[in-house]
Design a protein around this ligand. Structure first.
Ligand SMILES: [Zn+2]
Length: 210
C-alpha cells in the first residue's frame, strides 16, 4: 500500500516536472496563497481538488466537521499565520452534506473524545431545533445542520482577535461560508460572507451607544 503511494508520488512529480521544468523551484521559493481553507477532514473533500486549485494556491486547516473552536490552538495558529504572514485575501469555511461528524453529533451514541469535539454542533442542533424540525427527514436535517455549522464557523472566525486586528489595520480580508455536495461535486455559497466593514460597523454602533 505504502509503496503504491510512493510510486504514485514519483509519477506525479515527474509529470509535473515534464509539464513545467521550473514548477518545483518556483513553488519552493515562495508560498503566496490567496485562500485559507477551513474544512472537514473527510477524505472526499480535499480543498485543492474540489476547488480546482494547484499546490501553492490554498493554505489549509482541516478537522472533523470543520468546527471553529475559539480555543483551538491548531486552527488559531494557522489562521494567524494565514492572515498576518501570508496575507490571504479570502478565508473559506467549508462544510459538506453527508458529513459523518454532523451525523455523529445528532446520534444518541457514545463516540468517545469526538463527543467533546462535536459539542458545538449539538448546541446548534438544540438552538435551531424548531427550524430543523421543519425539514422533511433526518438526512435533510443533518444537511441543514451542516450549513448552520458553517455559518457559525464564519461568525466565530470573524470574532477572533486575529480578524478583528487585521480589519482594524485596514487589511482587505473576507470570510466566506461554502458547502460542498458529495453527490454532485459542487460548492455552494451560503451567502454569509463577512468583510472589513463588519468590525468597523460593530465598533461604531458601540461608540454611538456610549
Ligand atoms: Zn465531514
Amino acid at each position: 500500500m505504502l509503496n503504491d503511494l510512493l510510486a504514485r508520488n514519483v509519477a506525479w512529480s515527474q509529470q509535473r516536472h515534464a509539464e513545467e521544468p521550473d514548477y518545483f523551484t518556483r513553488l519552493a521559493a515562495l508560498q503566496a496563497p490567496e485562500f485559507f481553507w477551513i474544512g472537514c477532514s473527510d477524505s472526499r473533500v480535499p480543498a485543492n481538488v474540489v476547488a480546482g486549485l494547484d499546490p501553492g494556491e490554498v493554505f489549509v486547516h482541516r478537522n472533523v466537521a470543520n468546527i471553529v473552536h475559539s480555543s483551538d490552538m491548531n486552527l488559531l495558529s494557522a489562521l494567524e499565520f494565514a492572515v498576518d504572514a501570508l496575507h490571504v485575501r479570502e478565508i473559506i469555511v467549508c462544510g459538506h452534506y453527508g458529513c459523518g461528524g454532523v451525523k455523529a453529533a445528532t446520534e444518541d451514541l457514545p463516540h468517545g473524545l469526538a463527543d467533546h469535539w462535536l459539542e458545538p454542533i449539538r448546541r446548534l442542533a438544540r438552538a435551531y431545533a424548531v427550524d430543523l424540525g421543519r425539514e422533511p427527514d433526518l438526512e435533510r436535517q443533518r444537511d441543514r445542520l451542516a450549513e448552520l455549522n458553517v455559518v457559525e464557523g464564519v461568525r466565530r472566525v470573524c470574532e477572533t482577535p486575529i480578524l478583528q486586528r487585521a480589519w482594524r489595520r485596514g487589511a482587505d480580508v473576507r470570510v466566506h461560508g461554502l458547502i460542498y455536495g458529495l453527490k454532485d461535486g459542487r460548492l455552494r455559497d451560503l451567502d454569509c460572507s463577512i468583510g472589513p466593514g463588519h468590525f468597523q460597523a460593530a465598533q461604531s454602533t458601540q461608540e454611538a451607544a456610549q
